[in-house]
Design a protein around this ligand. Structure first.
Ligand SMILES: Cc1cc2nc3c(=O)[nH]c(=O)nc-3n(C[C@H](O)[C@H](O)[C@H](O)COP(=O)(O)OP(=O)(O)OC[C@H]3O[C@@H](n4cnc5c(N)ncnc54)[C@H](O)[C@@H]3O)c2cc1C
Ligand code: HEM
Length: 469
């Protein structure tokens, strides 16, 4: 079983705000926890796990006896500082290169059957720990394999400790909005190990299992520590009331919301959003403005066919409705220490964070050349061109070029081709937002036009990124 010593900040308010910020009775923990300060837990069933277990979990966890939780061990260092990953000896006998090779072998084996492994994993989790079911959305059809994909990402990043810790810390902070608590991690880890034991038949052995236990423990600890740190100063989520809802096309709405607490974001970032109609279903939407004195936030949302959250936001949400927002995320922010120009590509609603970047440059009051290429299928889909044109009239350093696929007044064709044609762009930094395909071909075009990869920033291509319309 996992063994860990954890330091937790305390949570008292409905939205996980620290006590002093949130107010309210000090003992009212959101999860009914004990509300203690520093605390530790030792999960039951300590001791090394035997790889040659006599009874494996039933393949249909719903029909047979619930398998005994698998013991998984790991120990975190005593220090509360941000850990190195994975070399910190405090995490146990971690041999990064050897462990990583074993873990990658398992991942290679299960990748083609990840759907089956994922289904089995969740079935085990919910049979053994029915209380955890409430943390997940009612329908779990979409993107169920994100946990595995995250593990794949972690395995891929394992040689780059800084980026890996950054990625996992972000993931850990993001898990606060789900109501995830440190004590949930061993439950997930046991079920993960059991699912792998069952499906990775060719690569699984005692050594591989030990490597997974060490890696999962280390990954979890980074996530838990980041969440605990975040809990000291930020709520787990914000409530945000819709104050205006404007249809710009038949399927795109511009939605302005007022958060119940100041929302600490930077221009170019995105927020995860939950609507009252689909509880626990979160989707990312870019902030379409720089931070404003009135604290309001703006989103541009395109309803995708049969899309749960986007359709609700576009066709159902009205002023007065209250959404929930997770903490801001994303690295597509302006580097204000540079004199380089900004070359910005926004496809469809990808223009939202680009507009925020332009406002950010305006706010900093330093004239830097900003070139915006705004891509859409047709002229009618350029739903925000007018307001960008207004900004262009007011600021001589800003140029806005619409690019559409069909016949039009401006540039015609694909966004990356148009950018290439107008280059080279050696003295610019690149910023891209839009559908993943556009980002990939856009990055290629920018690199080909003289912008080195390290000066290009864009939305995450991870997770649900496959879905920006
Ligand atoms: C970093 C980031 C920022 C984003 N910012 C924005 C933003 O500012 N504005 C915005 O509108 N969206 C944005 N998105 C996309 C958004 O997060 C959702 O993925 C999108 O709104 C669809 O969610 P849904 O719940 O409506 O659809 P789902 O219920 O997730 O999908 C329903 C079905 O529609 C399919 N589908 C999903 N997307 C599309 C599509 N584009 N075209 C056709 N079919 C599709 C799915 O494959 C699925 O079959 C962003 C995504 C990321 C990763
Ligand atoms: C190493 C441990 C874990 C990893 C790598 C991991 C990874 C992920 C990832 C990548 C997502 C997709 C959405 C996002 O990026 O936030 C996700 C969603 C989620 N995770 Fe985890 N997770 C871990 C542990 C846990 C634990 C312990 C719980 C608590 C039970 C949990 C509960 C959830 C929930 C409720 C969701 C939302 C599901 C949904 O939207 O369908 N996770 N997790």
């Amino acid at each position: 079983m996992f063994e860990a010593r954890l330091t937790m900040a305390t949570t008292s308010a409905d939205n996980g705000l620290p006590r002093e910020t949130a107010g309210g009775p000090p003992s009212a923990g959101r999860d009914g926890g004990d509300g203690g300060g520093e605390w530790s837990w030792f999960a039951p069933g300590e001791g090394e796990r035997s790889a040659a277990r006599s009874s494996r979990p039933d393949p249909d966890p719903g029909s047979g006896p619930t398998p005994a939780p698998a013991p998984v061990t790991g120990r975190r260092p005593e220090s509360g500082s941000e850990p190195d990953f994975p070399a910190n000896p405090g995490y146990g006998k971690l041999d990064p290169s050897h462990d990583v090779a074993l873990i990658r072998r398992t991942l290679d084996e299960i990748e083609p059957i990840s759907q089956a492994v994922t289904s089995y994993f969740y079935a085990l989790l919910f049979v053994r720990h029915p209380e955890l079911r409430a943390l997940f959305p009612a329908a779990m059809d979409a993107q169920r394999d994100r946990l595995f994909r995250a593990l794949l990402t972690a395995a891929r990043l394992i040689d780059d400790s800084r980026v890996l810790v950054e990625y996992l810390s972000h993931l850990g902070r993001g898990h606060r909005k789900y109501g995830t608590r440190p004590e949930h991690y061993p439950a997930v880890g046991e079920c993960l190990i059991d699912a792998l034991t069952r499906y990775a038949v060719n690569s699984w052995d005692e050594q591989t299992e030990a490597a997974w236990v060490r890696a999962y423990t280390a990954i979890s600890q980074v996530m838990i520590d980041a969440a605990a740190e975040d809990e000291r100063h930020a709520p787990a989520w914000w409530h945000a009331e819709v104050v205006s809802h404007e249809m710009r096309t038949s399927d795109i709405a511009v939605i302005t919301v007022r958060p119940d607490h100041p929302y600490p974001f930077r221009a170019g970032q995105y927020a995860s959003v939950e609507t009252p109609w689909w509880p626990k279903v979160w989707r990312n939407y870019s902030l379409a403005c720089a931070p404003r004195p009135d604290g309001l936030l703006v989103f541009h949302v395109k309803a995708v066919p049969a899309g749960w959250v986007s359709t609700a936001l576009v066709h159902r949400a009205r002023p007065g409705d209250v959404l929930r927002l997770g903490s801001p995320a994303g690295t597509m922010t302006v580097n204000h220490s540079s004199d380089n120009g900004l070359l910005c590509l926004g496809g469809s609603t990808g223009i939202a964070p680009i507009k925020a970047l332009v406002e950010d440059v305006v706010g900093h009051g330093r004239a830097r050349p900003v070139e915006v290429f705004y891509g859409a299928r047709s002229d009618q889909d350029l739903y925000d061109l007018e307001s960008l044109r207004e900004l262009e009239l007011r600021h001589r350093w800003l140029t806005v070029r619409p690019v559409v696929e069909g016949p039009a007044d401006g540039l015609v064709g694909r966004l990356p081709d148009a950018v290439r044609q107008c280059g080279p762009w050696h003295s610019y930094d690149g910023y891209l937002s839009g559908p993943p395909g556009m980002i990939r071909s856009g990055v290629e075009a920018l690199v080909g036009s003289g912008i080195p990869a390290h000066r290009i920033r864009h939305d995450s291509l991870d997770g649900q990124a496959a879905a920006r319309g």
